[in-house]
Design a protein around this ligand. Structure first.
Ligand SMILES: [Mn+2]
Length: 344
């Protein structure tokens, strides 16, 4: 029996579809240090809108990690730091996979000058301590990926799927759910992917590009840093400090550090993990992960960051030991009383 996907679509995307219909020129972007979700969602919509006779430009804030080359970013998008032409006056800018304008700078300031309307299409909670999304933005925290929302927008516009759209959207859904591990207990991801796979016949190739792209040097790196994890509170907390030198010595991108925290979270006793990646002298990119009901978004917000309830991050300046101690104290407070501190 065919399952109707529309009955799982409880989100109202008609206001977004109307804005798109009314716009002649559109710029699409996502957060800096982009990932498969934001990239796949915006490229999916880009391929769809080209069929819809719109003038569309895709601009990334910075470089696209190498593993996404199968989406042909060199052909379809530009980096803001290497624009071929300046951004012209534009009717609509759509920003995917974040609702925090700070993560889109310095491009965001340029969009504010040039675009008549800017909206965020996202699935992260709106921050308690941070900038508000623009009016007319669409944020659905029940979506397991931003690509799910992009899929419903494309459907609402009545645009038929094709291989390029399906490849980009499938990348988005497969990336953010880590191949159906984090589906937010909904059938949406599977139902949408089943439809996408009628057009994309190389799903396994995408899975490999996203998650089996390691080099020997990367595995050596993982071996080294995983042996240095600090475990606290009866192995319920894992903490790790990743030096810039180690990443560079193993020919890795900053993006490669993402995998370390996922591996640590696979330890069944670990309920929360914090990784501090040294991005400069006394400057750290903190990534936090947790398993419900321990939320970590509030901790990231306390350091000026954001994210999801159970996966969040922030950029922090200061001495490692002091930052680490403050974060550990906040995780411990949540482990002891997860319900009281939970904001979700
Ligand atoms: Mn996402």
């Amino acid at each position: 029996m065919m399952v109707s996907i529309t009955r799982f679509n409880n989100i109202n995307v008609s206001s977004i579809a109307k804005k798109i219909k009314d716009a002649k020129t559109i710029v699409l972007t996502t957060h800096k240090q982009c990932d498969g979700d934001g990239l796949g969602a915006m490229l999916g919509l880009y391929h769809a809108l080209k069929k819809f006779n719109k003038t569309v430009r895709v601009v990334a804030v910075d470089d696209i990690p190498r593993k996404y080359s199968f989406l042909e970013p060199d052909i379809h998008l530009e980096s803001y730091d290497q624009l071929k032409h300046t951004i012209a006056e534009t009717d609509l800018a759509m920003i995917f996979d974040t609702n925090d304008r700070r993560l889109v700078e310095p491009l965001y300031s340029e969009l504010e000058k040039k675009c008549h309307d800017i909206i965020f299409i996202d699935h992260h909670p709106i921050l308690n301590q941070g900038p508000e999304p623009t009016p007319g933005s669409f944020i659905d925290t029940s979506a397991a990926s931003t690509g799910e929302i992009a899929y419903f927008v494309i459907k609402q516009l009545g645009i038929r799927l094709d291989e390029k759209i399906a490849r980009a959207l499938y990348t988005s859904l497969a990336f953010d759910t880590q191949i159906f591990k984090y589906v937010k207990n909904s059938g949406n991801t599977h139902l949408i992917c089943a439809e996408l796979l009628e057009f994309e016949h190389q799903a396994e190739k995408i899975h490999r590009a996203l998650f089996a792209n390691y080099t020997k040097k990367k595995v050596t790196y993982l071996g080294k840093v995983l042996s240095e994890v600090e475990y606290l509170a009866d192995d319920r907390i894992a903490i790790l400090n990743l030096s810039r030198k180690d990443l560079l010595d193993h020919d890795l991108d900053m993006d490669d550090s993402r995998d370390v925290i996922d591996m640590v979270m696979s330890i069944h006793t670990v309920l929360a993990a914090a990784i501090f990646r040294e991005d400069g002298p006394n400057f750290y990119k903190m990534s936090l992960r947790s398993k419900g009901p321990v939320e970590v978004l509030g901790i990231a917000e306390n350091f000026g960051g954001g994210g999801h309830m159970y996966a969040a991050g922030a950029e922090i300046r200061g001495l490692y030991r002091e930052i680490r101690d403050r974060v550990v104290a906040q995780i411990l407070a949540r482990l002891d009383e997860p319900r009281r501190t939970s904001t979700g």
